[in-house]
Design a protein around this ligand. Structure first.
Ligand SMILES: Nc1ncnc2c1ncn2[C@@H]1O[C@H](COP(=O)(O)OP(=O)(O)O)[C@@H](O)[C@H]1O
Ligand code: SF4
Ligand SMILES: [Mg+2]
Length: 334
């Protein structure tokens, strides 16, 4: 998988926010995404994991060119999205689609399933014949496990899982090359989550899609990801091949997240009795100096408070931002 379609280089998205009351408000910079870099190959799935507020959705929007970065760039098939004029960027969006977290909220309640799924077709091909639209809509409905005879129904007539299938059908209707799934199963019952993950995995294989699959829990992305990126306070902590990450993570934060993953076998209960994490997540408005994770890291040493660890490539091809990656052995026991 050397055929890189997406390159994200040193991407930063900062928001200006004000704190305090009307008379004493103070302007701050919130670094929602801070210097994130990664590549994605054709047909590859990258899982992106991190706690709420760590910048996953902002990263998703920046990848799709929906939000302008303050620094860095996003290259899609070698072209920098930030340098394209509006019309060229709009055309590129055919290739780049998104699936949202809350399926019902993402669907217009006054539109039928046909119109919801067909809308991107009308937008990009205004002269397309109705019969062609119907054929394509029914085709993608079948592809995602919906009955084509439900085409005239409204979102509220469907379950959460079915609504997410409608969202996926809409994302696929233009035959995209990349789909960013922003916590597509977080709002669904646990029993439905696996069905949607399996559906996305099947579609990814069948259609050769590249996927960025965002979740706040490492267990959710485990079976779908080729590689996994772990984020903390807007920064990338680690990007590792799946087989390496779950067995021997490189970063203490990944290690803590793995220990916090619920285990399906009740006899094993949860293994998060001691994740080793200390304290709460700091405010993104005042991230700690040096390594952003140092205030909670059980492995922190003096250097960690002073120097920002660069994201660097290890011998096996995985990436980590930790001063002590070589000396720590974070192997996960059975
Ligand atoms: N438009 C915005 N203006 C100001 N702050 C924002 C905006 N969007 C997101 N944020 C802040 O940026 C940080 C990252 O948010 P987000 O990308 O939604 O995280 P996640 O998806 O990982 O939960 C949060 O602290 C959030 O409050
Ligand atoms: S650089 Fe230091 S504080 Fe940061 S993760 Fe590594 S050991 Fe922990
Ligand atoms: Mg989010």
């Amino acid at each position: 998988m050397n055929d890189r379609v997406l390159r994200v280089q040193d991407l930063s998205v900062h928001f200006k926010v004000s704190e305090g009351g009307f008379f004493n408000s103070q302007a701050h910079v919130l670094k929602a995404v801070n210097g994130v870099s990664f590549d994605l190959s054709a047909g590859e799935t990258l899982g992106v994991v991190g706690e709420t507020g760590c910048g996953k959705s902002t990263l998703a929007r920046a990848i799709l060119g929906l939000i302008k970065p303050n620094r860095g760039r996003v290259l899609w098939l070698g072209e920098e999205l930030g340098k394209l004029d509006e019309e060229t960027l709009r055309q590129k969006r055919k290739d780049l689609q998104i699936v949202f977290q809350d399926p019902l909220a993402a669907l217009n309640p006054r539109m039928t399933v046909r119109d919801i799924i067909a809308e991107p077709l009308w937008t990009f091909y205004p002269k397309i014949a109705r019969v062609q639209v119907d054929e394509r809509v029914r085709g993608v409905m079948k592809m995602v496990g919906l009955l084509p005879n439900q085409v005239n129904r409204y979102p509220h007539e469907f379950s959460g899982g079915q609504c997410q299938r409608i969202g996926i059908a809409r994302a696929l209707v233009l035959n995209p090359k990349l789909v960013v799934c922003d916590e597509p199963v977080s709002a669904l019952d646990v029993s439905i989550q696996a069905q949607i993950i399996n559906l996305l995995k099947d579609l990814q294989t069948k259609l050769g899609l590249s996927l960025v699959f965002i979740a706040h829990d490492l267990s959710v992305v485990r079976h779908i990801s080729d590689r996994v990126m772990v984020m903390y306070l807007g920064c990338c902590m680690e990007i590792s091949a799946r087989a390496n990450l779950y067995k021997r993570p490189l970063h203490p934060y990944t290690n803590a997240l793995i220990k916090a993953v619920p285990v399906p076998d009740p006899k094993l209960a949860r293994v998060d009795a001691d994740t080793g994490l200390t304290g709460d997540m700091p405010s993104p408005l005042s991230p700690p100096p040096g390594c952003v994770f140092h205030s909670r890291c059980p492995q922190s040493v003096k250097r960690c408070k002073l120097e920002v660890p660069a994201l660097r490539r290890m011998e096996n091809g995985d990436w980590v931002a930790c001063h002590r990656a070589e000396e720590l052995d974070l192997t996960i026991g059975d």
